[in-house]
Design a protein around this ligand. Structure first.
Ligand code: ADP
Length: 343
């Protein structure tokens, strides 16, 4: 995975949703109009891009987040871990006229989760707030496909993309299932400008009309993407760039909750891009980060960090002899220079 400006600081600007996940354990679904009495309640900071921001920060990368919350107690919950891990949220405005994004997630005893999403203030970010300074010092702009679903967030996202292109900053896109279905044309039009593309097969199938990760990656590369990462859940991942492809099975892990796995995977991938690591090393870090995310309930602060990743990779006895595992460990163990960042 080649990145093009090795001397610039290791920092990433991310633009996307900042939410609170409200998880409620219910015994079963009530009939319409009925009342399901919850037996447990968990509140967790969430939002795909906010999760990726936290994991990147936990890996030691300088991170700036562009987004919008309400001016309410939900915002306090959503922003607390971002502040704790020193994510720069100075560009995140609190909008008194809307709620913070809330995702209501009933969980039945078989573990099935159904989501009711209210994106609230997230979609109200106006284009005039997207100024060149937000990208200053950044080596990647990472966005979510969800940004394209509603205006003015959609217009603001195109402005951020334009500014990144003018500044020569590579673009990373995490597609998302709904956007692959509802914003397909727009996402297709963006692909020639995307350096790093992350998506699952349920996104690749509607976008590219393909059935396999190999075809999905090939389709992305043919459209101008520089590196494609296909997330395969319990099957691991498939990475491809214009030089090579690499498939890696999932790391064995005790799965508790898959929320945030894709977001943590993306963070590992971006870390690898910043460090100019080869595909097998990038796959190892991203795949391990995604696997560890499934071992904890919810997203946000419980997602993996550097020490946890190192410990996890060190415990993979069967891969010990693989040079890519050793390189991943060496890269994660290196301190990251934070001093050249201008926030
Ligand atoms: P998303 O969360 O975007 O739907 P996936 O479910 O594919 O994405 O998960 C993202 C990544 O997390 C996978 O590519 C893999 O690296 C890791 N992962 C997900 N589920 C598991 C699992 N059951 N066991 C191990 N790793 C997993």
């Amino acid at each position: 995975m080649a990145s093009d400006s090795p001397s610039s600081p290791l920092s990433v600007t991310l633009f996307g949703d900042i939410n609170v996940d409200v998880l409620m354990s219910i015994p079963s679904y009530p009939p319409p109009g009925g009342d399901a009495m919850a037996t447990g309640l968990i509140l967790r900071p969430g939002g795909s891009v906010a999760n990726t921001a936290i994991v990147l920060a936990k890996l030691g990368v300088q991170v700036r987040l562009i987004g919008r919350t309400g001016n309410d107690r939900w915002a306090d919950i959503a922003l607390a871990p971002l502040l704790e891990y020193n994510v720069d949220v100075s560009a995140v405005r609190r909008d008194a006229g809307e709620s913070t994004g809330l995702i209501f997630i009933p969980v039945t005893p078989d573990g099935e989760r159904t989501m009711f999403s209210y994106r609230g203030a997230n979609v109200r970010i106006p284009p005039q707030e997207i100024v060149p300074e937000l990208l200053q010092g950044s080596r990647i702009l990472h966005i979510s496909g969800y940004n394209f679903l509603e205006t003015p967030q959609r217009t603001s996202t195109w402005r951020a993309i334009d500014l990144a292109q003018q500044a020569g900053i590579p673009l990373s896109l995490d597609v998302g299932v709904e956007p692959a279905l509802r914003a397909r044309a727009e996402i297709e039009s963006l692909l020639p400008s995307v350096s790093i593309l992350s998506l699952g097969m349920d996104e690749a199938s509607p976008l590219f009309n393909v059935d396999s990760p190999e075809e999905a990656a090939q389709s992305a590369l043919e459209r101008g993407v520089l590196a494609a990462a296909i997330k395969l859940g319990s099957q691991g991942c498939f990475l491809a760039d214009h030089d090579r492809v690499f498939r890696q099975p999932a790391f064995p892990v005790q799965v508790v909750d898959t929320t945030g796995a894709g977001d943590a995977f993306c963070a590992g991938l971006l870390f690898a891009y910043l460090r100019r690591l080869d595909l097998p090393v990038a796959a190892t870090i991203a795949n391990a980060s995604g696997a560890l995310a499934t071992a904890a309930i919810g997203g946000g602060p419980v997602l993996p960090g550097r020490d946890q990743l190192i410990h996890f990779l060190q415990s993979q006895e069967n891969l010990k002899a693989e040079p890519y595992l050793q390189e991943a460990l060496a890269e994660l163990s290196k301190g990251i220079q934070r001093d050249s960042y201008r926030g």
